[in-house]
Design a protein around this ligand. Structure first.
Ligand SMILES: Cc1cc2nc3c(=O)[nH]c(=O)nc-3n(C[C@H](O)[C@H](O)[C@H](O)COP(=O)(O)O)c2cc1C
Length: 388
């Protein structure tokens, strides 16, 4: 596995961990590895534009892992080659997604039910590329099939360089708690680094769980959507320092910065800013493909169409824009872009405002904001104008 500057990284989250979000979190510090949203191996191999966009990343995010899903060893190997050509540091295989549309294609968590086949995929990929091939899995399929330690050994033998384990079964989805004892057993079963994952929402928990389970590192998913400073705070704690205190203004500024980055994705970017693959599956470092794509960037967020429950629920709610609003006055391309940004902010705020005094009120206001100025004003009113 590649050397990392800290033991903490951001877990992949479809619809949420886009390149803009990843950059902003990296800038806060302490996050040693980011993983893209999951990307279809089929789409990568066939050069589907939307799929290729999910695999894009920028230099600032390095080291970057591109997560792919699929069940066909040959296609997964070819997709890994596309990922390598783009210049990614790591290619990760999704063996944890419980969503039927993924699982029914022998991909995602259903691979945990076919450990030999899963190992065949990893072997094919490891032979096809020279970047590390890693696996993200769950504890198992259900209570009767908790096989993460066994699968971990098999994929290690097949050439995996590291493993991340979300300590829940597919049947659990997100209910109950992640089983960190089980994660510890996976770490004992293999020699390669194991990253534990699940339910870390406080910075101190990253250190405690890492120690408790004896893992090499910890990936954080929803915790970073609630608190993008969680890695910086955990890194400070690890150094024996006081973690940074995040003010309400800081949190408001983060949302405004995210809006700005999203609005400017692919706009006037210098050559080399963004790593992209073109539809022939070739990599390029540059602007040409990106420049012509504001309309595709205006697409609905992430993998909602796969039926991923959290993403789907939030985005379908988020996309109920009323016909009125100042987005109406923009050009169709700009309107599409603005809608996309509004939906992105709504999706993030479903997590970002949790546990906050007045958070539910803010969520309602954000869901009612139908234009970028209205969204910015709503954010300013809540984060910058409230009496202390
Ligand atoms: C909205 C959302 C999208 C997710 N998308 C992915 C994904 O694309 N690939 C993946 O391996 N896991 C995905 N996950 C699972 C997370 O990576 C992580 O394993 C899980 O949320 C548990 O970690 P946490 O408690 O820190 O959130 C997703 C989770 C959420 C909430």
């Amino acid at each position: 596995m590649i050397p990392l500057s800290s033991p903490f990284g951001m877990a992949p989250m479809a619809g949420m961990t886009d390149t803009a979000f990843r950059r902003l979190v990296k800038r806060k510090g302490g996050c040693a590895l980011v993983v893209t949203e999951m990307v279809s191996s089929e789409g990568l191999v066939r050069g589907i534009d939307r799929t290729l966009e999910y695999a894009e990343f920028t230099e600032e995010e390095r080291p970057v892992s591109v997560q792919i899903f699929g069940g066909d060893p040959e296609k997964m190997a070819r997709a890994a080659q596309v990922v390598e050509k783009i210049g990614a540091d790591v290619v990760d295989v999704n063996m944890g997604c419980p969503v039927p549309k993924v699982a029914k294609h022998n991909a995602g968590c259903s691979l945990m039910r076919e450990p030999e086949h899963a190992a065949t995929i990893i072997r094919a990929m490891a032979r096809a590329v020279s970047i590390p091939v890693t696996v993200k899995m769950r504890a198992g399929w259900d209570d009767h099939e908790v096989n993460a330690p066994d699968l971990a050994r098999r994929v290690e033998d097949a050439g995996a360089a590291a493993i991340a384990v979300h300590g829940r079964t597919a049947a659990q989805s997100y209910s109950g708690n992640a089983d960190w004892d089980l994660i510890g057993r996976v770490a004992e079963a293999v020699r390669i680094p194991v990253f534990g994952n699940g339910d870390c929402v406080e910075a101190a928990e990253l250190l405690e769980r890492k120690r408790h389970a004896g893992v090499a590192g910890v990936l954080v998913g929803r915790g970073v959507l609630r608190n993008p400073w969680i890695f910086a705070q955990a890194a400070a704690l690890a150094r024996g320092e006081e973690p940074v205190v995040v003010s309400l203004e800081d949190r408001g500024r983060f949302l405004l910065d995210y809006i700005d980055l999203l609005l400017n994705e692919g706009v006037n970017e210098p050559t080399g800013f963004r790593h992209v693959a073109n539809s022939a599956g070739h990599a390029s470092l540059g602007l040409s493909e990106v420049e012509g794509r504001p309309s595709s960037a205006a697409a609905p967020v992430g993998l909602a169409s796969l039926g991923l429950s959290e993403v789907e629920g939030r985005l379908s709610a988020a996309s109920r824009l009323s016909p009125a609003g100042s987005v109406e006055h923009a050009s169709p391309a700009a309107r599409g872009r603005q809608r996309w940004v509004i939906n992105k902010i709504r999706a993030l705020c479903a997590w970002y405002t949790r546990g906050f005094e007045g958070g539910s009120h803010l969520r309602v206001s954000i869901n009612q904001a139908n234009s970028i100025p209205a969204l910015r004003q709503t954010i300013a009113d809540f984060f910058f104008e409230r009496p202390r």
